[in-house]
Write a protein of this length. Sequence first.
Length: 345
Amino acid sequence: MSAVYRVDLGAFADNLRRIRETVAPAEHMLVVKDDAYAHGLAAVVTRARDEGVRWFGAFDVETGVAVRETLGPDVRIFVWLLGGADDLATGAAAGLDLGIGDQALLDALEALPAGGPPARVHLKIDTGLHRNGIRPERWDAALDTVAALVAAGRAELTGIWSHISEASDEDDDDARALFIAAREAAAGRGLTPAVAHLAASAAGFARAPFREDLVRIGAFSYGIRPAGGPSDVELGIRPIGTVDAAVLDVADTAVHLDVGSLHGLPQTLAGRFDVRTPAGPRRVRGIEPTRLVVDPWPGAQRGQRVAVFGGGAEVTATDLAELVDTIGEEIALRVSPVLPRVYEG
Protein backbone atom coordinates (compact mmCIF):
# COMPACT_ATOMS: atom_id res chain seq x y z
CA MET A 1 0.00 0.00 0.00
CA SER A 2 1.25 3.49 -0.85
CA ALA A 3 1.25 6.54 1.41
CA VAL A 4 -1.99 7.28 3.27
CA TYR A 5 -3.36 9.69 5.84
CA ARG A 6 -4.47 7.64 8.84
CA VAL A 7 -7.24 9.22 10.90
CA ASP A 8 -7.84 7.86 14.40
CA LEU A 9 -11.54 8.40 15.07
CA GLY A 10 -11.13 6.97 18.57
CA ALA A 11 -8.68 9.76 19.40
CA PHE A 12 -11.12 12.21 17.81
CA ALA A 13 -13.88 10.96 20.11
CA ASP A 14 -11.57 11.36 23.11
CA ASN A 15 -10.82 14.95 22.07
CA LEU A 16 -14.53 15.70 21.74
CA ARG A 17 -15.16 14.40 25.26
CA ARG A 18 -12.29 16.49 26.62
CA ILE A 19 -13.69 19.60 24.92
CA ARG A 20 -17.20 18.91 26.15
CA GLU A 21 -15.96 18.59 29.74
CA THR A 22 -13.85 21.74 29.47
CA VAL A 23 -16.41 24.14 27.99
CA ALA A 24 -19.51 22.91 29.88
CA PRO A 25 -22.14 24.15 30.41
CA ALA A 26 -21.53 25.81 27.03
CA GLU A 27 -21.98 23.57 24.00
CA HIS A 28 -19.25 22.64 21.55
CA MET A 29 -19.70 23.81 17.97
CA LEU A 30 -17.38 21.57 15.95
CA VAL A 31 -15.76 23.58 13.17
CA VAL A 32 -15.36 21.44 10.04
CA LYS A 33 -14.05 23.92 7.48
CA ASP A 34 -11.63 22.80 4.76
CA ASP A 35 -12.84 19.19 4.63
CA ALA A 36 -12.74 18.90 8.43
CA TYR A 37 -9.21 20.30 8.56
CA ALA A 38 -8.26 17.86 5.77
CA HIS A 39 -9.35 14.79 7.77
CA GLY A 40 -12.39 14.03 5.61
CA LEU A 41 -15.76 15.70 6.18
CA ALA A 42 -18.23 12.82 6.01
CA ALA A 43 -16.39 10.48 8.37
CA VAL A 44 -15.64 13.26 10.86
CA VAL A 45 -19.14 14.72 11.11
CA THR A 46 -20.71 11.28 11.30
CA ARG A 47 -18.52 10.26 14.24
CA ALA A 48 -19.04 13.63 15.89
CA ARG A 49 -22.82 13.26 15.62
CA ASP A 50 -22.54 9.78 17.12
CA GLU A 51 -20.52 11.29 20.00
CA GLY A 52 -23.26 13.81 20.74
CA VAL A 53 -22.17 16.91 18.82
CA ARG A 54 -25.21 18.84 17.64
CA TRP A 55 -23.69 22.11 16.36
CA PHE A 56 -21.34 22.25 13.38
CA GLY A 57 -19.44 25.26 12.05
CA ALA A 58 -19.17 24.69 8.32
CA PHE A 59 -17.63 28.03 7.19
CA ASP A 60 -19.27 28.19 3.75
CA VAL A 61 -22.66 27.23 2.35
CA GLU A 62 -21.33 24.44 0.14
CA THR A 63 -19.81 22.70 3.16
CA GLY A 64 -22.93 23.38 5.22
CA VAL A 65 -25.13 21.72 2.61
CA ALA A 66 -22.75 18.73 2.51
CA VAL A 67 -23.03 18.35 6.28
CA ARG A 68 -26.82 18.58 6.04
CA GLU A 69 -26.90 15.90 3.33
CA THR A 70 -24.66 13.65 5.45
CA LEU A 71 -26.38 14.09 8.81
CA GLY A 72 -29.96 15.02 8.00
CA PRO A 73 -32.26 17.53 9.71
CA ASP A 74 -31.47 16.94 13.38
CA VAL A 75 -28.27 19.00 13.70
CA ARG A 76 -27.56 22.73 13.56
CA ILE A 77 -25.08 23.99 10.98
CA PHE A 78 -23.59 27.47 11.19
CA VAL A 79 -22.05 29.10 8.10
CA TRP A 80 -20.41 32.51 7.97
CA LEU A 81 -18.77 32.90 4.56
CA LEU A 82 -21.73 34.19 2.56
CA GLY A 83 -21.24 35.59 -0.90
CA GLY A 84 -24.62 37.23 -1.43
CA ALA A 85 -28.24 36.50 -2.28
CA ASP A 86 -27.63 33.06 -3.79
CA ASP A 87 -25.77 31.85 -0.70
CA LEU A 88 -28.46 33.29 1.57
CA ALA A 89 -31.24 31.58 -0.40
CA THR A 90 -29.43 28.23 -0.54
CA GLY A 91 -28.49 28.38 3.13
CA ALA A 92 -31.98 29.29 4.28
CA ALA A 93 -33.53 26.53 2.15
CA ALA A 94 -31.14 24.00 3.71
CA GLY A 95 -32.00 25.16 7.22
CA LEU A 96 -28.52 26.50 7.88
CA ASP A 97 -27.76 29.10 10.55
CA LEU A 98 -26.46 32.18 8.72
CA GLY A 99 -23.64 34.25 10.21
CA ILE A 100 -24.25 37.78 8.91
CA GLY A 101 -21.81 40.59 9.60
CA ASP A 102 -22.59 42.99 6.79
CA GLN A 103 -25.48 45.39 6.21
CA ALA A 104 -25.40 44.55 2.51
CA LEU A 105 -26.14 40.91 3.35
CA LEU A 106 -29.06 41.98 5.54
CA ASP A 107 -30.38 44.05 2.63
CA ALA A 108 -29.96 41.04 0.31
CA LEU A 109 -31.85 38.85 2.79
CA GLU A 110 -34.63 41.44 2.92
CA ALA A 111 -34.83 41.39 -0.89
CA LEU A 112 -35.22 37.61 -1.21
CA PRO A 113 -38.64 36.36 -2.34
CA ALA A 114 -41.01 35.74 0.54
CA GLY A 115 -42.63 32.41 1.26
CA GLY A 116 -39.85 30.22 2.65
CA PRO A 117 -39.13 29.36 6.28
CA PRO A 118 -37.65 32.18 8.39
CA ALA A 119 -33.90 32.52 7.94
CA ARG A 120 -31.88 31.76 11.05
CA VAL A 121 -29.71 34.85 11.49
CA HIS A 122 -26.64 35.10 13.72
CA LEU A 123 -25.75 38.79 13.69
CA LYS A 124 -22.06 39.56 14.07
CA ILE A 125 -20.73 42.57 15.93
CA ASP A 126 -17.22 43.76 15.06
CA THR A 127 -15.47 43.82 18.43
CA GLY A 128 -12.20 45.18 17.05
CA LEU A 129 -10.68 42.31 15.08
CA HIS A 130 -12.16 43.71 11.83
CA ARG A 131 -12.75 40.22 10.49
CA ASN A 132 -16.16 41.04 9.08
CA GLY A 133 -18.87 42.19 11.48
CA ILE A 134 -21.19 45.16 11.95
CA ARG A 135 -19.32 48.17 13.29
CA PRO A 136 -20.61 49.30 16.72
CA GLU A 137 -21.71 52.68 15.35
CA ARG A 138 -23.87 50.85 12.75
CA TRP A 139 -25.24 48.22 15.11
CA ASP A 140 -28.54 50.02 15.78
CA ALA A 141 -29.27 50.30 12.05
CA ALA A 142 -28.59 46.58 11.61
CA LEU A 143 -30.92 45.79 14.50
CA ASP A 144 -33.61 47.89 12.79
CA THR A 145 -33.29 45.73 9.67
CA VAL A 146 -33.35 42.49 11.66
CA ALA A 147 -36.36 43.66 13.68
CA ALA A 148 -38.25 44.37 10.46
CA LEU A 149 -37.36 40.95 9.07
CA VAL A 150 -38.48 39.26 12.28
CA ALA A 151 -41.75 41.21 12.36
CA ALA A 152 -42.44 40.15 8.78
CA GLY A 153 -41.80 36.49 9.60
CA ARG A 154 -38.82 36.51 7.23
CA ALA A 155 -36.12 35.81 9.83
CA GLU A 156 -35.44 34.92 13.42
CA LEU A 157 -32.51 36.33 15.34
CA THR A 158 -31.05 33.02 16.45
CA GLY A 159 -27.65 34.24 17.62
CA ILE A 160 -25.26 37.10 18.27
CA TRP A 161 -21.61 36.33 17.71
CA SER A 162 -18.12 37.66 17.07
CA HIS A 163 -14.43 36.80 16.86
CA ILE A 164 -11.73 37.95 19.27
CA SER A 165 -8.05 38.50 18.53
CA GLU A 166 -6.59 36.48 21.46
CA ALA A 167 -3.64 38.88 21.23
CA SER A 168 -3.86 39.83 24.91
CA ASP A 169 -6.29 39.44 27.80
CA GLU A 170 -6.80 43.21 27.84
CA ASP A 171 -7.76 43.36 24.16
CA ASP A 172 -10.09 40.42 24.57
CA ASP A 173 -11.72 41.95 27.66
CA ASP A 174 -12.41 45.12 25.67
CA ALA A 175 -13.86 43.01 22.84
CA ARG A 176 -16.11 41.14 25.26
CA ALA A 177 -17.42 44.42 26.69
CA LEU A 178 -18.43 45.50 23.16
CA PHE A 179 -20.03 42.10 22.61
CA ILE A 180 -22.10 42.33 25.79
CA ALA A 181 -23.19 45.86 24.93
CA ALA A 182 -24.33 44.67 21.50
CA ARG A 183 -26.34 41.84 23.02
CA GLU A 184 -27.96 44.21 25.51
CA ALA A 185 -28.85 46.61 22.70
CA ALA A 186 -30.61 43.75 20.89
CA ALA A 187 -32.49 42.82 24.05
CA GLY A 188 -33.56 46.44 24.39
CA ARG A 189 -35.28 46.08 21.00
CA GLY A 190 -37.06 42.93 22.13
CA LEU A 191 -34.65 40.75 20.11
CA THR A 192 -33.59 37.85 22.31
CA PRO A 193 -31.37 35.37 20.46
CA ALA A 194 -31.29 31.78 21.63
CA VAL A 195 -27.49 31.58 21.58
CA ALA A 196 -24.44 33.80 21.82
CA HIS A 197 -20.92 32.75 20.80
CA LEU A 198 -17.61 34.55 21.01
CA ALA A 199 -14.75 32.15 21.77
CA ALA A 200 -12.81 29.68 19.63
CA SER A 201 -10.31 27.02 20.73
CA ALA A 202 -7.79 28.92 22.86
CA ALA A 203 -10.17 31.27 24.67
CA GLY A 204 -12.71 28.49 24.99
CA PHE A 205 -10.21 26.46 27.01
CA ALA A 206 -8.54 29.27 28.94
CA ARG A 207 -11.25 31.83 29.75
CA ALA A 208 -14.57 30.65 31.14
CA PRO A 209 -16.40 34.02 30.87
CA PHE A 210 -15.93 33.95 27.09
CA ARG A 211 -17.69 30.63 26.54
CA GLU A 212 -21.23 32.00 26.35
CA ASP A 213 -23.68 29.39 24.97
CA LEU A 214 -21.51 27.93 22.21
CA VAL A 215 -17.75 27.62 21.76
CA ARG A 216 -16.49 27.27 18.19
CA ILE A 217 -13.65 24.76 18.41
CA GLY A 218 -11.95 23.36 15.35
CA ALA A 219 -8.19 22.83 15.68
CA PHE A 220 -8.26 21.36 19.21
CA SER A 221 -10.90 18.86 18.11
CA TYR A 222 -8.37 17.36 15.70
CA GLY A 223 -5.58 17.47 18.27
CA ILE A 224 -3.84 20.48 16.72
CA ARG A 225 -2.38 22.52 19.56
CA PRO A 226 -1.46 26.21 19.15
CA ALA A 227 2.09 27.04 18.08
CA GLY A 228 4.05 28.35 21.04
CA GLY A 229 1.22 27.46 23.42
CA PRO A 230 0.34 24.67 25.85
CA SER A 231 1.39 21.12 25.00
CA ASP A 232 -0.96 18.36 23.88
CA VAL A 233 -0.66 16.82 27.34
CA GLU A 234 -1.52 20.09 29.06
CA LEU A 235 -4.56 20.54 26.86
CA GLY A 236 -5.61 16.90 27.15
CA ILE A 237 -5.90 16.38 23.40
CA ARG A 238 -3.98 14.31 20.85
CA PRO A 239 -3.52 14.57 17.09
CA ILE A 240 -5.90 12.34 15.19
CA GLY A 241 -4.13 12.29 11.80
CA THR A 242 -0.82 10.64 10.81
CA VAL A 243 0.84 10.79 7.41
CA ASP A 244 1.99 7.21 6.88
CA ALA A 245 4.41 6.50 4.01
CA ALA A 246 5.93 3.43 2.38
CA VAL A 247 9.57 2.76 1.56
CA LEU A 248 10.10 3.11 -2.19
CA ASP A 249 13.71 1.98 -2.41
CA VAL A 250 16.77 1.47 -0.25
CA ALA A 251 20.38 2.53 -0.89
CA ASP A 252 23.50 2.48 1.25
CA THR A 253 23.23 6.17 2.08
CA ALA A 254 19.49 6.83 2.03
CA VAL A 255 15.98 5.42 2.11
CA HIS A 256 13.31 6.97 -0.10
CA LEU A 257 9.67 7.29 1.03
CA ASP A 258 6.67 7.87 -1.21
CA VAL A 259 5.58 11.30 0.04
CA GLY A 260 7.02 14.71 -0.71
CA SER A 261 6.33 18.41 -1.10
CA LEU A 262 3.41 17.79 -3.47
CA HIS A 263 1.73 15.86 -0.66
CA GLY A 264 2.03 18.82 1.71
CA LEU A 265 5.49 18.89 3.30
CA PRO A 266 7.29 22.26 2.99
CA GLN A 267 10.71 21.76 1.43
CA THR A 268 12.22 24.10 4.03
CA LEU A 269 11.75 21.32 6.61
CA ALA A 270 14.51 19.19 5.05
CA GLY A 271 17.16 18.30 7.60
CA ARG A 272 15.05 19.54 10.50
CA PHE A 273 12.87 16.67 11.70
CA ASP A 274 12.81 12.89 12.18
CA VAL A 275 10.36 10.29 10.93
CA ARG A 276 9.46 7.15 12.87
CA THR A 277 10.86 4.03 11.17
CA PRO A 278 10.72 0.38 12.29
CA ALA A 279 14.22 0.94 13.71
CA GLY A 280 13.45 4.22 15.45
CA PRO A 281 13.79 7.90 14.50
CA ARG A 282 15.65 8.84 11.30
CA ARG A 283 16.37 12.30 9.98
CA VAL A 284 14.75 13.61 6.80
CA ARG A 285 17.61 14.86 4.60
CA GLY A 286 15.66 15.90 1.51
CA ILE A 287 12.09 16.72 0.50
CA GLU A 288 11.52 16.21 -3.22
CA PRO A 289 8.19 16.66 -5.02
CA THR A 290 7.05 13.05 -4.59
CA ARG A 291 9.51 11.50 -2.12
CA LEU A 292 11.46 11.99 1.08
CA VAL A 293 15.16 11.20 1.42
CA VAL A 294 15.75 9.72 4.87
CA ASP A 295 18.79 8.42 6.74
CA PRO A 296 19.03 4.61 6.34
CA TRP A 297 18.42 2.01 9.04
CA PRO A 298 19.36 -1.67 9.42
CA GLY A 299 16.87 -4.00 7.76
CA ALA A 300 15.16 -1.30 5.70
CA GLN A 301 13.26 -2.77 2.78
CA ARG A 302 10.69 -1.77 0.22
CA GLY A 303 7.14 -1.62 1.47
CA GLN A 304 7.96 -0.94 5.13
CA ARG A 305 5.73 1.65 6.78
CA VAL A 306 7.10 4.92 8.18
CA ALA A 307 5.15 7.52 10.18
CA VAL A 308 6.09 10.93 8.81
CA PHE A 309 4.18 13.30 11.09
CA GLY A 310 1.08 13.31 13.25
CA GLY A 311 -0.23 11.47 16.25
CA GLY A 312 1.64 8.25 15.50
CA ALA A 313 4.92 9.90 14.49
CA GLU A 314 7.91 11.60 16.09
CA VAL A 315 6.54 15.07 15.37
CA THR A 316 3.08 16.62 15.08
CA ALA A 317 1.76 19.20 12.63
CA THR A 318 2.38 21.92 15.20
CA ASP A 319 5.94 20.71 15.86
CA LEU A 320 6.64 21.15 12.15
CA ALA A 321 4.81 24.47 12.05
CA GLU A 322 7.00 25.87 14.80
CA LEU A 323 10.08 25.08 12.71
CA VAL A 324 8.86 27.27 9.85
CA ASP A 325 7.09 30.00 11.85
CA THR A 326 3.51 29.08 11.06
CA ILE A 327 0.67 27.29 12.85
CA GLY A 328 -0.23 23.61 13.06
CA GLU A 329 -3.49 24.18 11.23
CA GLU A 330 -1.53 25.39 8.20
CA ILE A 331 0.55 22.19 8.08
CA ALA A 332 -2.50 19.96 8.60
CA LEU A 333 -4.41 21.67 5.80
CA ARG A 334 -1.52 21.09 3.39
CA VAL A 335 -2.00 17.30 3.49
CA SER A 336 -2.92 16.52 -0.10
CA PRO A 337 -6.34 15.05 -0.96
CA VAL A 338 -4.35 12.68 -3.18
CA LEU A 339 -3.43 10.71 -0.05
CA PRO A 340 -6.26 8.25 0.73
CA ARG A 341 -7.86 8.75 4.15
CA VAL A 342 -7.84 5.53 6.16
CA TYR A 343 -10.11 5.57 9.24
CA GLU A 344 -9.34 3.64 12.39
CA GLY A 345 -10.83 3.49 15.87
